[in-house]
Design a protein around this ligand. Sequence first.
Ligand SMILES: [Zn+2]
Ligand SMILES: [Zn+2]
Length: 403
Amino acid sequence: MTLTELHDRAAQLSGSLVRDRRQLHQHPELSGQETGTARYIYDRLLSLGLEPRLLLDDRSVVADIGDALGGGHPLLLRADIDALPIFERGEQRPYRSLVDGVMHACGHDAHVAVALGVAELLVQLRGQLAGMVRLAFQPAEETAGGAGRMIEAGVLHGPEIEGALGLHIWSGVAAGTVGVRSGAIFASADEFAILITGRGGHGALPHQALDPVPIASMVVLALQTLISRETSPFQSAVVTIGKIEGGQAFNVIPETVSLVGTVRAFTREDRDRLLRRVGEVASGIAGTFGATATMERRAGCPPVISDPAMAELVRSAVLASPGVDLVEPEPLTVGDDMALFLESVPGCYFLLGGGNQQAGITAPHHHPEFDLDEGCLPVGVEVMTRAALEFCRNGAAGTTVAE
Ligand SMILES: [Zn+2]
Ligand SMILES: [Zn+2]
C-alpha cells in the first residue's frame, strides 16, 4: 500500500467522521452515565462487522480487530467518551448540545469519531494487519475513574497487550498538526482536602477561642513554598487551593476551616512528595498553634508519560502522512487517566491539533464555546491507523529512537 492510499482512504471517511462527531456532540452524557454513547458506539462497531462487548455496566465498549492468535504485537487504542457539566454557548451551531447543561467541551466526541474511523480503516485493511488491535472506549475520564476500572476489568489481557496509543484533540494546536512528545505530556492531577479544626467562640474574644482562619491563611501561603523552595527549579509543578470554606458571621470565630485544592506534577516522585508534604505542612502549622489539620486525598491520577520508542512510532506515522505537520508540544498541566494505561504498558498519548485561528476556533477546553475544526478528524484517523499497522507488525522495536 502506498503512502497516499491510506491518506485517501482516511479522507474518504470525512463525511462519516463528521456525522459521528456531531451525533455524539448533540447527545453528550456525563461521566458515569455514558450508556447512550456506549450503545451508539456498539451499534456502529456492529455495523462494521465487528463483535463489540459492553463493559462497566454498559458504559464502556471494547472490540478486537485482527487475529489474537495470529502472532504480531497486540495493541490497545483508547478513546474516552464522556462529556462535562457545562451549558454550551453558540446558538448558531447546527450541532449544538441538545442536553441543557451537558456539553462535549473537551472534545471526547471527536476521540470517539476518530476511533470509529480507525476501526473502519482497519476492517478495510484487515489483510495487512499483522496483529490484534483492541479498541477500548472508556467512560468517566473527567472524573478519573474510568481507566482504572477498565484495567481491572481485564482489557490489557487475553491476549497480553504490548502497547497502548491514544490521542487528545487540542484546541491550542492548529488543525492539520499533530503534537508528539516523549516523556511527560500531561501532569498528574490529584484533589486533596484539608480540615483545620480549632475552637469556636466570640469574634470579640479571640483569646478564649482557637481561631482556624489565620491558621488556614498561613497554610495557603506556606503551601506555595512547596513549589518555590522544595521543588527543583528545573521541574514544573502546581499547588492550587481552589476552595476555602469556614465561618458564618462577622463576629463568630468558626470551629473549622476547610481547604480543597489540587496538585499537578510531571514525575511520580514529585507527585508523591508534594501530596505528602501538603499534609505535613498543614498539620505542622496547625500544631504550632494548638489546632489540628487532617488531609484527605481524593480522586487523582499519575502523570501521562509516553514511552520514547512509542513516541517515535507515532512521529514516524505523522511524517508518513502527506500534508500533516509535526510539532513537539510543551507539557501541559492538565491531567488524563490515560496515565494508568501508560503505567501498565509502554504507550504514547499525543495531541491532535483541532484549533483554527482564521475560523475563530480558539476557545480552550472545558469552555462553553469550545469547538474544533472537523478537518482534523481524518488526520487523527490516518496517523492512528499508520501507527497501529506498524506496531502490530514490528512492535515499538522497529523504530529508531533519537533521544
Ligand atoms: Zn477534559
Ligand atoms: Zn479530555
